[in-house]
Design a protein around this ligand. Structure first.
Ligand code: MTE
Ligand code: HPA
Ligand code: MOS
Length: 775
């Protein structure tokens, strides 16, 4: 398949259409079936987890009352038939704590009972005897102990030390960004059904059926071909079901194997929040050197993540933080160091952006500090430092970024808005308005090059309908409709003629997670390859019938005809399918795709690890009450580069959703651990995700037009799943502006904003006394 020019210039009929999500109506009416809605096989048992109440200690005994009604079995680590290891990449990450307890919420045992309530009651009655050890609870402590989850990795260019020494101006900085709970509406869940000869069939709410298959097989001690993992859809995932779904599936499968019955494991919200990984918090420390014009000359920065107690995917997250630490800016002499420290927190994991949002926060602090120090306009400092290439040598497209930026400023009436905010602030003693912006270059591809592959399986039936299977999973992001549109385009048939199916390891093997925003890039091309193979065969049959060459056969809007002028013979797509069958021509094909030309030299810290970058820009305005620290987003104007969008309606939804999720991370979602390392924000009452009223009342999103991807992606589209989450950083910058402070810790909760604006009280609100003393 030579994909190089497909989609350039050519008119598209089905791909590119703003179709609604294939399940949109079913989502709204409740007819869409999520895993817990599936009919339970007869004899299904229910599992619950016994979780550690302490952050660190030695498990001496686990006392489970033996008279609890309905309880069928209690499963301890020694009962696991295969390996007690759910590590997705590294080794030695236990499914059930075996002796050593390393975080609050760590699973200690599985209770299996007739009903879910009975299982939960027994799990709650279990009394672990744990000899407590002192927990490590902060990144600082982790750094001091040098206990690495991911040892420090460096990307460097030039000589930062010498350039710092030579710079006319120098600043040091330090700040912190907290983690984030995924808060998918559907929590973790799996249903495992034991079959014949050691087989296990698992329905799993997972972004990564193949990894689920591997970890279930590992826990059961069976080869991969005994295990099938399927997922029709998730009720949200956001990275939380990239690796963590696998241990939930494995726990259900172990219980099913040991009881010989189907077992469902659905975590309660509280257990889900305690036992599953979250976004990595990061601590940042830097030294920056610059000149009087605001041009950055030197930067030495450390980005230290809280990895939690085990590796999980922290390596990839650290890599993405490191490769996004300069975002779209350039520093000629730079040393960037990133690592993940070990703590007694739950092992942190993928979360939309995968370290990219954390990486990109660095330069926002740097630029704001530099501008404040020089009394310069922050926008000018941004403009002065835009990059042509990354510090690891990959070319960027600053012209695309500048377009996004100019359009976001224009859409938001940037200058007028700033003047209006200044006028407002001059007239109000306590309320502050702030305007902020953010520019983004987000690299698309899995950081591990070989993961950038996908497969598909397409059948055409003799009535001309199509069954589409591929390795991607649906989590609400609209992947299934996008890939169906690609297949509809190849055959030129209405998308309703393309049947969308659950993802299963039985149909498409050895897949990557649906992650890194690559779902439609990878599976779109794989499905295109499969459908094109069938179309070529069909064209040969049609050519024979029409007496023309196969490349003269036109597929158009459900019909097939010869291109020859005056020819009036036509077949419907279904008639041609039937004809192929009578000619004994196969109407089924697999397709495969791998991203070309990715490179990464880990030793040198050089290469082109991303197929391309997605660009975006945002402007946001906030109102801040300096008496309470409360704040609201008044407006947001976003421009996002989606290349030649496969589905602008879906992309718009992705951009809006990602932005609001990013707002939550930066402003209100605070994971709060007590001094003993117990997470105290285990539900929506204490953990505040954005609600409908937090959506900016003025919220304008535009896709950058006329910007087909220069990389040969499917129909020149671009990934959209994660990049716009970073655009919410504009809100953080608007808050800095409102509070008159360059440095902020995140989330910028009312508490933090109160402290930040109090620190500025003298200059911000003269004459107002609110009982605060300056330090
Ligand atoms: N959108 C919805 N509605 N639900 C989700 O769980 N996950 C995000 C994003 N958009 C998510 C979502 C994440 S983390 C990723 S990596 C991408 O979707 C994955 O899907 P894609 O590669 O098909 O864009
Ligand atoms: N994103 C998500 N998951 C991943 C990545 C990534 O960049 N790399 C490896 N796994
Ligand atoms: Mo998304 S964090 O890559 O699942």
């Amino acid at each position: 398949m030579d994909g190089a020019n497909i989609g350039v210039g050519e008119k598209l009929r089905f791909a590119g259409a703003a179709l609604r999500h294939d399940s949109a109506l079913k989502h709204a009416t409740g007819e869409a079936r999520f895993l817990d809605d599936l009919p339970e096989p007869s004899g299904t048992l229910h599992a619950a987890l016994v979780l550690s109440p302490v952050a660190h200690g030695r498990l001496r005994a686990l006392n489970v009352p033996d008279n609890m009604p309905g309880v069928v079995r209690v499963i301890a680590p020694a009962d696991i038939p295969g390996l007690n290891d759910i590590a997705p990449i590294a080794k030695g990450e236990p499914m059930l704590a075996d002796g050593l307890v390393e975080h609050m919420g760590q699973p200690l045992a599985i209770v299996v009972a007739r009903t879910r309530d009975e299982a939960l009651r027994c799990a709650q009655a279990a009394r672990p005897e744990i000899e407590e050890l002192p927990p490590v609870l902060t990144v600082e402590e982790g750094l001091a102990r040098q206990e690495w989850i991911i040892a420090p990795q460096v990307i460097a260019d030039g000589d930062a030390e010498a350039a710092l020494a030579a710079a006319a101006h120098r600043l040091t900085g330090e700040f912190f960004a907290g983690g984030q709970e995924h808060f998918y509406l559907e929590g973790h869940i799996a249903l495992a059904e034991p079959g014949e000869d050691g087989e296990m069939r698992v329905h799993s709410s997972t972004q990564h059926p193949t990894e689920g298959q591997h970890i279930v097989a590992r826990a059961l001690g069976v080869p991969y071909h005994k295990v099938t993992v399927s997922c029709r859809r998730m009720g949200g995932a956001f990275g939380g079901k990239e690796s963590n779904a696998s241990w939930v599936a494995a726990a259900a499968a172990v219980a099913a194997r040991l009881t010989g019955r189907p077992v469902k494991l659905r975590l309660s919200r509280k257990a889900d929040m305690a036992a599953s990984g979250k976004r990595h918090p990061f601590l940042y420390r830097y030294r920056v050197g610059f000149d009087a014009s605001g041009k950055l000359l030197a930067l030495d920065a450390l980005l230290a993540a809280d990895g939690g107690h085990s590796v999980d995917m922290s390596g990839g997250v650290v890599f993405r933080a490191l490769t996004h630490a300069l975002n779209c800016y350039a520093v000629p002499d730079v040393t960037l160091t990133a690592c993940a420290v070990k703590t007694n927190h739950v092992s942190n994991t993928a979360f939309r952006g995968f370290g990219g949002p954390q990486g990109a926060l660095l330069m926002e602090d740097v630029l704001a500090r530099v501008a404040a120090h020089l009394g310069a306009d922050l926008g000018e400092v941004r403009a002065r430092n835009l990059a042509e290439r990354t510090p690891y040598g990959q070319a960027l497209e600053p012209a695309l970024l500048r377009r996004c930026w100019a359009e976001a400023r224009r859409d938001s009436a940037w200058e007028e808005r700033r003047l209006a905010a200044a006028a407002f602030n001059a007239a109000h003693p306590t309320m502050r308005r702030g305007v902020g912006e953010f520019l983004c270059a987000f690299g698309i591809s899995f950081g591990i090059p070989h993961l950038n592959q996908a497969g598909a399986l397409v059948h055409v039936y003799t009535d001309g309908t199509v069954r589409l299977a591929h390795g991607g999973t649906e989590m609400g992001q609209g992947l299934f409709i996008k890939v169906a549109q690609v297949v509809a385009e190849v055959f030129s048939i209405p998308v309703e003629q393309v049947g969308i199916t659950a993802t299963t390891t039985a149909e498409v093997p050895n897949t990557s997670a649906t992650a890194a925003s690559t779902g439609s890039d990878l599976n779109g091309w794989a499905a295109h390859a499969a459908a094109s193979a069938i179309r070529e065969r069909m064209a040969r049959v049609a050519a024979e019938r029409f007496g023309c060459e196969p490349d003269e056969v036109v597929f158009e809007d459900g019909a097939v005809f010869p291109a020859r002028p005056g020819a009036n013979e036509r077949l419907t797509f279904g008639e041609l399918a039937k004809l192929c069958w009578t000619r004994a021509v196969s109407l089924s094909a697999t397709g495969f795709y791998r991203v070309p030309d990715l490179s990464w030299d880990a030793k040198a810290g050089r290469g082109s690890p991303f197929f391309y970058f997605s660009y975006g820009a945002a402007v946001a305005e906030v109102a801040l009450d300096t008496l309470t620290g409360e704040h609201r987003v008044l407006s947001a104007h976003l421009v996002q580069d989606c290349g030649r969008s496969l589905n602008p309606a879906i992309d718009l939804g992705q951009i809006e959703g990602a932005f609001v999720q990013g707002m939550g991370w930066l402003t209100s979602e605070e994971l709060w651990w007590d001094g003993a390392g117990r997470l105290r924000t285990l539900g929506p009452s204490t953990y505040k995700i954005p609600g409908s009223r937090d959506v900016p009342p003025v919220f304008r999103t535009r896709l950058l037009e006329g910007a087909p991807n220069r990389a040969a992606t499917i129909f020149r589209s671009k990934a959209v799943g994660e990049p716009p989450l970073l655009l919410a950083t504009a809100v953080a910058n608007a808050l800095r502006d409102a509070a008159g402070c360059a440095t902020l810790d995140f989330p910028a909760t009312p508490e933090r904003m109160l402290a930040a604006s109090k620190n500025q009280q003298g200059s911000l609100a003269p004459g107002v006394t609110i009982g605060y003393t300056h330090h």
